[in-house]
Design a binder for this molecule. Structure first.
Ligand SMILES: Nc1ncnc2c1ncn2[C@@H]1O[C@H](COP(=O)(O)OP(=O)(O)OP(=O)(O)O)[C@@H](O)[C@H]1O
Length: 279
């Protein structure tokens, strides 16, 4: 994804500049209860969280602790039942209508009957962009995810990792400042995952996008994040928020460093504390 690094985006901000900018996501005492035939499910409770411009925030926690639900509330795909949330200083609904974010699902969710470039073109067609503008954006995002030679292929002709890169390209094509990613690399093997983590890190570091990322992997969360949010279940709530002390620029070999292991240890302790072995 080297070429994305030269995309005409806002440059990286200094830590000072980031800290004074308005939050991209501001969540206050948010709760969400699903009413089901078996009674209420308290998926989220007492969530307070601020995500600033250029943050890379991971949600980590055991199955059922509400990671996906929280991401979906931010994306306006689920509705809160209590509390407050703003995305880009407006309601999640307005943010969605403004196309403020790109969303990457757990599975690549590409239409099998459309080629990769036609999949990427879909949101651009809906936006009413001209054919020339669509072409320019498709070429740009395919280069970013190193799939320039695969635009005419169908999804089933690509490996799992390539399909996930294509789905990231589709999310980037609408040129959002905010990327919401629901465990995008969960189904991939370790080596492919390492490679995509590295590419995603470079993409984020050079473009100053804000990323909210759901994962089950401690190393992935620690490697990628500026802020790690550890959730625990029943009701889904925040157990710990860890502001990373690692430098903004990262390399995969940093995963052996003392600082990295210290943060990973704190995440693991949080996961253990919030975990019920009755599950
Ligand atoms: N549409 C729904 N209706 C009822 N309950 C739901 C619904 N969606 C999620 N839940 C419940 O809300 C809780 C949180 O689910 P969620 O999928 O957000 O957890 P998660 O942490 O993302 O889990 P996983 O890691 O397995 O993806 C779970 O108990 C789940 O069963």
């Amino acid at each position: 994804m080297q070429d994305i690094l030269h995309a005409p985006d806002t440059g990286p901000l200094s830590a000072d500049a980031r800290s004074v900018s308005r939050p991209v996501i501001d969540i206050r005492d948010l709760s969400l209860t699903f009413e089901t035939n078996d009674g209420p499910v308290h998926a989220l409770s007492n969530i307070d969280l601020t995500i600033g411009k250029g943050d890379f925030v991971s949600f980590i926690g055991p199955s059922g602790c509400g990671k996906t639900t929280l991401l979906r509330v931010i994306a306006d795909l689920e509705q809160k039942t209590g509390g407050e949330i703003t995305v880009n200083s407006t309601t999640p609904e307005n943010a969605r209508l403004d196309r403020s974010y790109g969303y990457v699902f757990q599975a690549a969710a590409l239409y099998p009957w459309r080629t990769i470039e036609k999949n990427i073109a879909l949101p651009l067609e809906i936006m009413g962009l001209s054919k020339a503008e669509q072409r320019a954006r498709i070429d740009k995002v395919l280069a970013l995810v190193e799939l320039s030679d695969f635009g005419k292929k169908f999804p089933w002709q690509l490996s799992g990792g390539m399909q996930q890169r294509a789905s990231i390209a589709r999310a980037l094509a609408v040129e959002p400042d905010l990327l919401l990613m629901d465990e995008p690399f969960g189904a991939l093997d370790e080596i492919v995952r390492d490679h995509l983590n590295d590419q995603l890190h470079q993409l984020w570091a050079k473009t100053n996008k804000t990323v909210v990322f759901v994962t089950h992997s401690i190393p992935e969360a620690v490697y990628l994040s500026t802020k790690i949010v550890v959730l625990c279940p029943r009701p889904g709530r925040i157990y710990d928020v860890i502001d990373s002390t690692l430098p903004r620029e990262r390399t995969l070999d940093m995963r052996e460093s003392e600082e990295f292991l210290k943060i990973a240890h704190r995440v693991r302790e949080g996961l253990k504390a919030g975990h019920s072995y009755e599950d």
